[in-house]
Write a protein that binds this ligand. Structure first.
Ligand SMILES: C[S@@+](CC[C@H](N)C(=O)[O-])C[C@H]1O[C@@H](n2cnc3c(N)ncnc32)[C@H](O)[C@@H]1O
Length: 200
């Protein structure tokens, strides 16, 4: 089920900015993989949170590669249009909303500004194919997806995340998704109050 909303788990997004971004900052380009992104609120929230903390020059070198199984075959269009109905954006803090959304021509819809749209692209991808859609990611974000998998599948997917990350890259999962024992030697925990790990 593709349940999601803007700024879900802001704490983890903040931890990424505070603890992962500084050590990725020396890279020319920062590639982020958002695995199981649903229809876009998560990768766009991450893009906004990063933009809030960085300048234009730095931000334009960030690319969030958002992927999802997308059983409905609709997410690609939704994410590239980046136009969301009022009910999905009304809880976004007013100052953020005013900076990053503009009224769309479609009635009661609001569209993310071009700068944020440029930072996110979408590709259909099945995590259980165990084939990574890329390599050398500085960060893999995978939230509220692995809980639907068996323990064995979770372990294999996390191993795939590990090999998709570049040296010193980060993995972030939802607060309740602990790292299985079988893969704990592959990552070092970064903070105690979020599931944010650094590749060993
Ligand atoms: C509950 S939503 C989570 C969305 C977002 N990550 C969040 O936390 O708000 C779970 C998403 O996982 C996707 N998903 C489920 N199985 C998947 C798979 N095998 N490969 C890729 N995505 C999958 C679903 O399509 C859905 O969009």
């Amino acid at each position: 089920m593709a349940f999601t909303y803007f700024f879900r788990d802001l704490q983890t997004l903040d931890m990424i900015c505070e603890h992962a971004l500084p050590s990725l900052k020396s890279r020319r380009y920062i590639n982020i993989w958002d695995a199981g992104c649903a229809m876009g609120p998560e990768p766009y929230s991450l893009a906004i949170v990063i933009r809030e903390r960085t300048g234009y020059m730095y931000f334009r070198n960030i690319k969030i590669h958002a992927t999802d199984l997308d059983g409905s075959d609709l997410f690609g269009d939704i994410i590239s249009n980046a136009s969301y109905p009022w009910e999905q954006v009304e809880r976004i803090p007013k100052d953020i909303f005013e900076r990053y959304f503009v009224a769309d021509e479609k009635e009661k819809h609001y569209r993310l500004v071009q700068e944020i749209r440029n930072a996110v692209d979408f590709k259909k991808h099945d995590l259980l194919s165990m084939k990574s859609p890329g390599s050398d990611f500085g960060l893999v974000l995978c939230k509220n997806v692995l809980l639907h998998f068996s323990e064995h599948q979770r372990i294999e997917v996390i191993k795939m995340f590990h090999s998709s990350l570049s040296e010193g890259g980060f993995l972030a999962m939802e607060q309740t998704q602990k790292l299985p024992e079988a893969v704990s030697h592959l990552f070092e925990p970064i903070v105690s109050h979020a599931q944010l790990y650094k590749k060993i």
